[in-house]
Design a protein around this ligand. Structure first.
Ligand SMILES: [Zn+2]
Length: 117
């Protein structure tokens, strides 16, 4: 049995969404991403399983989370790119994204791209 707190630590506290022309917006990943659920109470979100795999380009972690409000399971899929291009400091430059997070439902159907972490 995997420790819930250890799994919680694997989840970035927040992700960033790029807004056209308005910079980045922060959103919390401590929420249920399933349809018709508005749970954003960490106490009602229980991570219980992790799968991790990698290829040449990225490391992928899938954290399975049980929502105790809607009693369903969703998956946060965290992809971390292995090689991030070195950049020079330039004021106009977009922030470098190193990781992308997606939400999947229990059957691994993609619910959409959440943002960057
Ligand atoms: Zn829920």
């Amino acid at each position: 049995m995997t420790n819930t707190e250890d799994l919680r630590n694997e989840i970035p506290p927040e992700a960033f969404i790029a807004l056209a022309r308005r910079g980045m917006e922060k959103i919390s990943l401590d929420q249920c991403f399933l349809e018709n659920c508005d749970n954003d109470d960490t106490g009602l979100l229980e991570p219980f399983k992790k799968e991790e795999y990698e290829d040449d380009k990225k490391i992928t972690k899938e954290i399975y989370i049980r929502c105790k409000k809607c009693n369903r399971v969703f998956i946060l899929k965290l992809e971390t790119l292995k090689k991030v291009a070195k950049s020079t400091r330039d004021q106009n430059e977009e922030p470098l994204s190193m990781g992308v997070v997606y939400a999947l439902d229990e059957n691994k159907k993609n619910l959409g791209h959440i943002g960057y972490f």
